[in-house]
Design a protein around this ligand. Structure first.
Ligand code: PCD
Ligand SMILES: [Cu+]
Length: 807
């Protein structure tokens, strides 16, 4: 009797664990029990191991490579150099930015750690020993690590392969180390406003070079089945389908004969978007030897040779009226791209989406110009938890606002509120060409200031300064404010492509007869929890419990084509595809239900997990019943089965935003800081899983803490990487990580089928300026305007010293 008792509507909703539910992450059962399956766990019969000979020099001519001693070592199967790859035309490869990059040193090396030869051996240790036996004769060349010096007339020529070329993939080159000048906005109008403004604040804002440093380094296993002609590559790929297409174009192997699999990934953070020489060499080595070849980086290789992030010198001018209305903004960026332009940005945007740098403010005119420059540093320029240079943009504008507030003698919170784009201005067209889809900045800002007790904090800070001046304390208080606007979810295809591949995404759903399902997407989780959250979107759309839906990603033989996961695009693009595919399922289910209930389609309405006859609630068919009928009952005019696929090209990007406040205590004598409070309000539109969002925010804030307070990839004058190990490269642990208070407002995206915006990147975009502004704010009463990150203890101590605070 009891099991037949109808359950309430609320109970049915709850059972689905759909949108808005803090459903526990289904992935964690395997991750917390050591059952994850990462690329280095893969062991194939007869598998060989590859390892690189790397350049110790940042710039040198390679006069000869002698591999005889290495080849003589028992267990060594092959040693590849550029000469071996040249006949296959694989000694250079295209980069994501329209440049090309050496796979193995071809005549010279251009950065420390560059790949010179690839040793293949029966085990990893033999390979490493053989690396030491390869004798390379180098002739050192002058090194440039400073992008400004690289542009001087007498700077050494880095890219001899480009000599005489006056234009590149992104237009004119005006110097042998110049890559491009990219511009947006109205220069003449901006210059005019700045020239005649009441107040102009000018500053050089540097966002230093850093590195995503995922816990799992990059790697792959390439396996050529010479009998069937099929190549399988397992690897740490954030965009498996793109890797397949590129591998096909480069190797000439037909795309259906290539299978790319991203297994579990131990963090990506943008580091695993690009194509690395290790992938190409492993594939070639597998084809040559007919055996599987594994290549896995060590930590130093990852930090010194794979994609770095940032390295933007941003010279800004911001103009305002006396009472604090911003009237114009200009920015010129000198962007250090390293030895090859391998930035991961949509083709049309060599500076990514940097021109979101007007931020959350209604700025009538603006102009940006970005000069890309070659130096003797590692190539890359990936996101690292920012969609395509948005972190740089947010840091720039949030610093400029602070500097302007100093210039105006105005409170920085008030200055922000005065210039926010107002709610009724959305959709808002920015001076640099974006259409912000939605936002409600004042509500978020007021909520944040109220939550932290802003007025009281300012009072406490002022009292502390007085006490400091009286010699009663050596600690200052800094209040770091940030209001950021993100831009995530590339496409649309008409604006955004990578190597000509349009940035849509996809979802394919197959409902099984008993009412469970599998959904496959073109994206790939690296820890974000897609298997949990995408099932929730679907549960709400099709009325089957999330627990009955398996989400699969990362196998190009089974998943529909998609552009992968980075730039917080999975929710805005693949998440939308998931909802749309779900709606197709529901449309077919409605036809089936109408037949079963002997009514017209239009007489049915959807109710949580079933179709109900309007006005007759006792007559319904559940999704589970419909699924069974779809396979097992002949329905006139309807094909058997219940499947759908959606390829979704978003009409616009989504614009998440947030308001962050960091309260920091700084010891003037030691430079040691303590974060007393960190409040983060995020608005990512409709929230799929609040717990996953909170986890994303905690992770992103901790990366922001790292970047702002200590993490950097630093070079000395001759191009040695000074921070190539975790002894020197700051990676915060629970010890350094403060407590975070998270909060939210919910402003749905008007164009996304469920109103969701991305969130994964936001905490980094907003976090870095919040931490950095707190440091600056502590010393503001003593005359500090701008000081470069990272703010490690030594640099903070130096600020205090330079301001004369050490007595
Ligand atoms: N509204 C909403 C949104 C979102 N979400 C969720 O959250 C997450 C995220 O999302 P998104 O934002 O969309 O993103 P995606 O695409 O998925 O991802 C990406 C990101 O993600 C982040 N996070 C993370 N986490 C982890 N764990 N790991 C990793 O690696 C990572 N990474 C990082 C990065 S860096 Mo780049 O690449 O740089 O560009 S970008 C990035 C997922 O799960 C989702 O679903 C929800 O729930 N809701
Ligand atoms: Cu990004």
């Amino acid at each position: 009797m009891n099991e037949m008792a109808p359950i309430s509507r609320e109970e049915r909703v709850e059972k689905l664990k759909g949108l808005g539910c803090s459903r526990k992450r289904v992935e964690d059962v395997r991750f917390t029990q050591g059952k994850g399956n990462y690329v280095d766990d893969l062991k194939l019969p007869g598998m060989l191991h590859g390892d690189f000979v790397r350049s110790p020099y940042a710039h040198a001519r390679v006069k000869s490579v002698d591999k005889s001693a290495a080849l003589a070592l028992p267990g060594v199967v092959a040693v590849l150099t550029a000469e071996d790859l040249a006949p296959l035309n694989l000694h250079w490869m295209p980069t994501l930015a329209g440049d090309k990059q050496m796979v193995l040193a071809d005549g010279k090396v251009l950065f420390q750690g560059q790949e010179v030869a690839f040793v293949v051996a029966s085990d990893r240790y033999v390979a490493a020993d053989a690396v030491d036996l390869v004798v390379v004769d180098y002739e050192e060349l002058p090194v440039v690590t400073d992008p400004f010096k690289a542009l001087q007339p007498d700077a050494p020529v880095l890219r001899e392969d480009l000599q005489g070329r006056t234009s590149g993939a992104h237009g004119d080159r005006r110097h042998h180390n110049h890559i491009f000048l990219w511009e947006a906005g109205d220069k003449a109008a901006t210059d005019e406003v700045i020239a005649s403004a009441d107040v102009v604040a000018e500053e050089m804002v540097y966002y230093h070079r850093t590195h995503p440093c995922p816990l799992e380094t990059c790697g792959c296993v390439a396996s050529m089945d010479t009998v069937n002609g099929k190549l399988t590559v397992h690897g740490t790929f954030q965009a498996p389908h793109v890797v397949r297409t590129v591998a096909s174009l480069l190797s000439g192997i037909e795309e259906h004969k290539i299978r790319v699999i991203s297994p579990d990934i131990g963090g990506g953070f943008g580091n695993k978007v690009g194509v690395y020489p290790g992938y190409v060499c492993s594939i070639v080595a597998s084809i040559v030897t007919g055996r599987p070849v594994k290549w896995i980086e060590d930590r130093m290789e990852n930090l010194t040779a794979t994609a770095f992030a940032r390295d933007y010198w941003m010279k800004g001018k911001i103009a305002a009226t006396k009472d604090g209305r911003i009237t114009g903004l200009s920015c010129h960026v000198t962007a250090d791209h390293g030895a090859f332009d391998a930035c991961a940005d949509p083709s049309k945007f060599p500076a990514g989406f940097f021109h979101i740098c007007t931020g959350s403010y209604d700025i009538p005119v603006a102009h940006v110009g970005v000069d890309g420059v070659y130096t003797n540093k590692a190539p890359g320029g990936v996101a690292y938890r920012c969609s395509f240079r948005v972190t740089e943009a947010a840091y720039f504008i949030e610093r400029m606002i602070e500097v302007l507030a100093i210039e105006l003698g105005m409170d920085a919170a008030e200055l922000r509120a005065k210039n926010f784009i107002r709610k009724e201005q959305f959709p808002y067209h920015s001076a640099l060409g974006w259409e912000y889809d939605s936002g409600d900045y004042h509500t978020a800002w007021d909520k944040a200031l109220k939550a932290v007790g802003y007025a009281d904090l300012r009072k406490e800070q002022a009292e502390r300064v007085e006490a400091f001046r009286r010699g009663e304390t050596r600690k200052l208080i800094g209040i770091g404010l940030t209001h950021f606007t993100e831009i995530v979810g590339a496409g649309p295809v008409k604006n955004c492509d990578i190597l000509g591949m349009g940035m849509f995404d996809s979802c394919e759903i197959r409902i099984h007869p008993t009412g469970s399902a599998v959904a496959r997407l073109g994206t790939i989780s690296q820890g974000q929890g897609h298997a949990t959250t995408f099932a929730q979107i679907l549960a709400s759309e099709i009325g089957l419990p999330a627990d009955s839906i398996t989400v699969e990603e990362g196998d190009t033989d089974t998943a529909p084509y998609g552009l992968g996961t980075y730039g917080s695009r999975s929710t805005p693009v693949a998440g939308a595809a998931t909802a749309m595919a779900g709606r197709k399922i529901r449309a077919k289910a409605q036809m089936i239900a109408a037949y079963l209930l002997e009514v017209h389609d239009g007489d049915l309405e959807w109710d949580v997990d079933r179709f109900v006859v309007k006005g007759a609630p006792e007559r319904f068919k559940t999704m589970k019943e419909i699924a069974f009928a779809s396979y097992n009952q002949a329905i006139p005019g309807v094909e058997p089965g219940l499947e759908a696929v959606s390829y979704y090209d978003p009409p616009n990007m989504t614009y998440p935003f947030g308001a962050y406040v960091c309260v920091m205590e700084i010891d003037v004598d030691t430079g040691v800081h303590e974060i007393r409070q960190f409040y983060a309000l995020d608005d990512c539109g409709t929230r799929i899983n609040p717990m996953v969002i909170e986890g994303q925010v905690h992770g992103g804030l901790t990366e922001a803490l790292a970047i702002a307070m200590g993490q950097e990839i630093a070079y000395d004058e001759i191009g040695n990487v000074k921070t190539g190990t975790l002894m020197d490269f700051f990676l915060p642990t629970a010890w350094e990580t403060p407590h975070y208070t998270t909060d939210f407002t919910e402003t749905p995206s008007p164009h996304h089928p469920i109103g969701a915006k991305g969130v994964g990147e936001s905490p980094n975009v907003g976090g870095v300026p919040a931490f950095s502004n707190a440091v600056h704010d502590a010393f503001r009463p003593f005359g500090l305007r701008q000081s470069h990150m990272p703010h490690d203890h030594w640099r903070i101590w130096k600020i205090a010293r330079d301001l004369g605070l050490h007595g």
